[in-house]
Design a protein around this ligand. Structure first.
Ligand code: 2U9
Length: 349
């Protein structure tokens, strides 16, 4: 039995020498320490020994078992370290390699204009409200003093979904909804930015899809002077502190009186140049006093309340401000345009 143990010890020494990885080491452990191992076989044979021999052989066997276990464990540690090192070696990062290029996007010019306008009006106490792009005929036309049959409702001009629903032509339905929804009929001071649609033949200055930022103020004693003061602040913020504005009479069904607003040319200061076509003035938006019919239809007593409204086209503002000569540039996602614009933005800052 002692010889058997001696032989097993030498064979183990030879076998462990051959082990090169953790899988082989595990096989070795099963072979030498498992339930069907050689050591277990010898242990079973001990049953037939005398008590004296059993004691002696048992001691030797435990010593061998402990020695096998400790040799396997220390080799395991060694192999694990080796495997980790070779993994680290393979995965080593070469910090001298050029970094992966990160493409950082810029703010789209239309978004930039909308953000600037929102920031200004929020600073003057306005709320910013949005609404659905698919609208009811009722809110898009009827409540804005455009009854059925009105020439401005020409179906050619709009995208109808059903007879009573269409893609909104202006953001005005948001203001209508706000007035109707304000049950206490408290004063209103809002701007409504968003996408709008009308049937148009797209070219350098026309697009069937565009944006608007409409403003509405309803309160007691609101006059055209309030409108002028407000739009003057707007013009100065967007086109420079030295700008002046002027009102020209116009017509919109939802405002009375209605006006078109010009800003003194930011290029020549009003002397006349190619940008203002020699006039010294550039048209920037439309506005007016809210039509009494609109106020009444939306539940505001026009004998008590007055209000002003205006409509800004962010595309027009961006084209003027950044010298963009084709409206289609805003929608075709040409990176060359967007990147150029990003550079312009950085210079303007
Ligand atoms: C309500 C009452 C009145 C909104 C207004 C304009 C004048 C205007 C144009 C600007 C550029 C359209 O996109 S554009 O071509 N808009 O000139 N918009 S007053 O008036 C309202 C709106 C809602 C309840």
């Amino acid at each position: 039995m002692k010889d058997e143990l001696q032989r097993l010890s030498s064979v183990f020494e030879a076998d462990i020498e051959k082990v090169t990885n953790l899988n082989e080491l595990n096989d070795l452990r099963v072979n030498y320490l498992g339930k069907k191992s050689k050591l277990q076989e010898i242990s079973n044979m001990m049953r037939d020994l005398s008590a004296e021999e059993k004691k002696e052989c048992g001691k030797l066997m435990n010593e061998l078992k402990t020695s096998i276990e400790s040799k396997i464990n220390s080799l395991k540690e060694e192999l694990e370290k080796k495997e980790l090192n070779s993994k680290l070696e393979k995965e080593r990062i070469d910090v001298t390699l050029p970094a992966t290029k990160i493409n950082v996007g810029g703010v789209h010019p239309i978004t930039k204009v909308i953000n600037d306008v929102e920031e200004l009006f929020i600073s003057m106490g306005y709320d910013v409200l949005e609404g659905p792009e698919v609208e009811k005929d009722l809110y898009n036309f009827e409540m804005l003093n455009l009854p059925k049959g009105h020439p401005a409702r020409d179906t050619q001009d709009s995208f109808y979904i059903t007879e009573d629903t269409l893609l909104r032509k202006q953001t005005s339905p948001v203001q209508v909804r706000t007035m109707l929804g304000n049950k206490e009929k408290t004063p209103i001071r809002i701007i409504c930015p968003g996408k709008t649609y009308r049937k148009d033949n797209d070219d350098a200055t026309h697009s069937h899809e565009f944006h608007q930022i409409e403003g509405l103020v309803v309160d007691t004693n609101i006059s055209m002077a309030d409108l002028k003061g407000t739009l003057e602040i707007f013009a100065k913020k967007m086109f420079g502190e030295n700008r002046e504005i002027r009102f020209r009479p116009s017509h919109f069904p939802f405002t009375e009186p209605s006006i078109e607003v010009d800003v003194s040319c930011f290029n020549c200061g009003g002397k006349g140049c190619n940008i203002c076509k020699g006039t010294g003035w550039i048209e920037i938006l439309g506005a007016g006093m809210v039509h009494p019919n609109v106020l009444n239809m939306c539940g505001y007593d026009s004998d008590k309340f007055t209000g002003f409204a205006f409509g800004i086209g962010p595309e027009r503002i961006a084209m003027l401000k950044y010298g963009i000569n084709d409206i289609r540039n805003f929608y075709i996602d040409d990176l060359r345009f967007l990147k150029e614009f990003d550079k312009v933005e950085k210079v303007l800052k």
